[in-house]
Design a binder for this molecule. Structure first.
Ligand SMILES: *[C@@H]1O[C@H](CO)[C@@H](O)[C@H](O)[C@H]1NC(C)=O
Ligand SMILES: *[C@@H]1O[C@H](CO)[C@@H](O)[C@H](O)[C@H]1NC(C)=O
Ligand SMILES: *[C@@H]1O[C@H](CO)[C@@H](O)[C@H](O)[C@H]1NC(C)=O
Ligand SMILES: *[C@@H]1O[C@H](CO)[C@@H](O)[C@H](O)[C@H]1NC(C)=O
Ligand SMILES: *[C@@H]1O[C@H](CO)[C@@H](O)[C@H](O)[C@H]1NC(C)=O
Ligand SMILES: *[C@@H]1O[C@H](CO)[C@@H](O)[C@H](O)[C@H]1NC(C)=O
Ligand SMILES: *[C@@H]1O[C@H](CO)[C@@H](O)[C@H](O)[C@H]1NC(C)=O
Ligand SMILES: *[C@@H]1O[C@H](CO)[C@@H](O)[C@H](O)[C@H]1NC(C)=O
Ligand SMILES: *[C@@H]1O[C@H](CO)[C@@H](O)[C@H](O)[C@H]1NC(C)=O
Ligand SMILES: *[C@@H]1O[C@H](CO)[C@@H](O)[C@H](O)[C@H]1NC(C)=O
Ligand SMILES: *[C@@H]1O[C@H](CO)[C@@H](O)[C@H](O)[C@H]1NC(C)=O
Ligand SMILES: *[C@@H]1O[C@H](CO)[C@@H](O)[C@H](O)[C@H]1NC(C)=O
Length: 431
């Protein structure tokens, strides 16, 4: 007995020492070059190579100059502490923007691209409220205004893409002036994104296409305690996003929570299922919640063209929403997203993609729009089972907003349709 336990203790001690040694060995604190003349990306990649598995990677309270793309896909059981700022080099329109356009990494959907990929299992990122990703986006916002399309431009990168990230938590980070979308979350499952502040307000030009986050082919993703200042979708769920929760968050100036756009790939079947949004505050957003699907007519290819997709968005529950100065219908559906160069007016009621099973319960505050809901649905696959309960949205003069505009809506509950919505091309929920 005694002998056995001594051996056991000895073995345990050896194992413990090994673990301690390994812990110490695999903690990497990254040194910054300290000026914009040195690209810190190689040092960052080296730290992740050494300590990205069963280790700890520490960004010190300093500025790191990130002058090139990084694809860090091999993380496993790692703590990433970010005490400083990762400043992306985009200082010169003539050299830096072409660098990123040429080199940004393919996201794997919609021809989107990114500056940074993080992927792996059991990853814990903590920014302690201080860790900051600065996309230097003012240069991008100015530059994109001079392009024919101020939304998508091939190679314009997302600030970060979480690709094949599983069983992970990202906390306490701030994102300033992202180059385009702040983050894309693709092929990722069981990820918590908690206490995140996104501020994509441009200093020189209004930012465009700077979504707070976009999910694609991902499940069990929780956004908790987000604050987003931007000019596009606050958070957007796209193809094959399932079991998504958005809780205790505040959205400013953007378009609100978006489902889509979806149905962009001809004959492809895609869904959005089981979405919950609860305790959300809006300030000056266009909508609280909106859905946008492409029409059945394919014109061009993603990112800017497409259409003809199949599938459905179903089981979406929103609860306890508080709005301050909404700019459009609190709840909007447009099934008429189409390429701006599409011939004729297109057909806004032929989408085969169906929107169904929505409950909005508890929406109060103020709106500049008399429309509580504007539901422009497909005649081929009408919107069904839409419930809206307990809305008290007041206009500035104190009148209750009471517009419920319906086109091809079946089996609704909690409201009476009292008008028809505008039927026309739209990427933002209403025309
Ligand atoms: C690099 O930083 C220095 C010192 O802050 C600044 O004068 C210089 O303009 C910067 N270089 C570029 C390319 O922005
Ligand atoms: C980007 O690619 C184009 C075409 O291949 C090339 O002419 C240009 O030098 C590249 N610019 C940068 C900054 O890499
Ligand atoms: C990122 O790296 C992973 C693993 O090496 C690779 O499979 C993937 O294709 C890379 N992604 C891009 C966009 O280069
Ligand atoms: C997007 O990718 C598709 C292939 O998936 C390609 O045919 C199309 O030309 C691309 N569009 C752009 C604008 O790059
Ligand atoms: C929520 O996030 C903000 C940062 O946007 C942070 O300051 C605050 O402490 C977080 N709240 C909680 C309860 O964690
Ligand atoms: C967001 O950025 C804008 C532009 O720099 C700034 O004026 C504003 O104070 C920032 N807001 C927050 C909450 O960080
Ligand atoms: C979405 O999931 C369906 C199966 O439900 C699959 O057929 C389709 O290829 C997926 N689409 C994307 C974009 O991953
Ligand atoms: C509703 O949300 C607000 C924050 O937006 C929160 O303060 C309040 O406690 C929530 N009410 C309930 C019943 O959860
Ligand atoms: C909403 O934004 C306006 C303008 O930025 C500000 O004056 C107001 O205090 C904000 N309201 C809330 C509830 O945050
Ligand atoms: C649009 O498509 C629907 C469904 O196929 C059809 O009933 C309708 O006539 C079309 N409208 C126009 C203007 O072509
Ligand atoms: C209507 O939608 C709600 C919310 O998704 C769901 O709970 C309910 O089961 C649906 N009812 C029917 C008859 O499908
Ligand atoms: C309040 O404003 C709305 C929208 O401008 C208007 O339709 C309504 O008549 C106004 N009500 C009163 C009492 O002035």
């Amino acid at each position: 007995m005694y002998f056995h336990s001594t051996v056991a203790l000895a073995i345990q001690a050896i194992l413990f020492n090994v673990v301690i040694a390994k812990r110490q060995q695999s903690s990497c604190s990254i040194k910054s070059g300290g000026s914009n003349a040195t690209d810190d990306a190689p040092a960052i990649l080296e730290a992740f190579k050494q300590c990205g598995r069963n280790g700890r990677v520490i960004f010190e309270p300093t500025t790191y100059y990130v002058n090139s793309v990084m694809n860090i896909s091999w993380l496993e059981n790692v703590d990433i502490e970010i005490h400083g700022k990762l400043l992306v080099r985009t200082l010169n329109e003539c050299t830096d923007i072409p660098y990123w356009l040429n080199n940004s990494l393919d996201v794997g959907y919609q021809n989107q691209s990114t500056a940074l990929i993080l992927g792996g299992n059991n990853v814990r990122v903590n920014g302690y409220g201080k860790g900051n990703f600065d996309g230097n986006g003012d240069y991008w916002y100015q530059w994109i205004r001079k392009q024919p399309n101020t939304s998508n431009y091939p190679g314009r990168p997302h600030a970060v893409t979480f690709d094949k990230l599983t069983n992970s938590a990202i906390k306490g980070l701030t994102f300033f002036r992202s180059q385009m979308w702040t983050m894309s979350i693709i092929n990722s499952h069981h990820v918590l994104l908690d206490s995140i502040l996104v501020n994509n307000t441009g200093n020189w030009a209004q930012s465009s296409n700077t979504d707070g986050a976009d999910t694609i082919r991902s499940s069990h993703i929780t956004f908790n305690n987000w604050t987003v200042y931007n000019g596009d979708d606050s958070i957007s769920l796209k193809a094959n996003s399932t079991d998504i929760a958005i809780t205790n968050s505040k959205f400013y100036n953007g378009l609100g929570i978006a489902m889509g756009s979806i149905g962009q790939y001809k004959d492809e079947f895609e869904t959005i299922e089981r979405v919950v949004a609860e305790n959300i505050q809006y300030n000056n957003t266009l909508h609280a919640f909106y859905v946008k699907t492409w029409t059945d007519d394919q014109n061009g290819y993603p990112p800017n063209g497409g259409g003809g997709g199949l599938g459905f968005a179903s089981d979406m529950k929103l609860k306890n929403l508080t709005a301050n100065g909404l700019r459009g219908a609190a709840f909007a559906i447009s099934q008429c997203t189409r390429f701006s160069g599409a011939p004729g007016q297109g057909n806004c009621t032929n989408s085969e993609f169906q929107v169904k099973n929505v409950v909005i319960e508890g929406l109060s505050g103020t709106s500049k729009s008399t429309r509580v809901a504007s539901l422009q649905c497909s005649a081929i696959a009408p919107c069904t089972n839409i419930t809206i309960l307990d809305t008290t949205l007041h206009l500035e003069n104190g009148t209750l907003a009471d517009g419920y505009l319906c086109g091809n809506v079946e089996n609704s509950a909690g409201f009476e349709c009292n008008g028809v919505p505008c039927v026309g091309g739209s990427a933002t929920g209403e025309c």
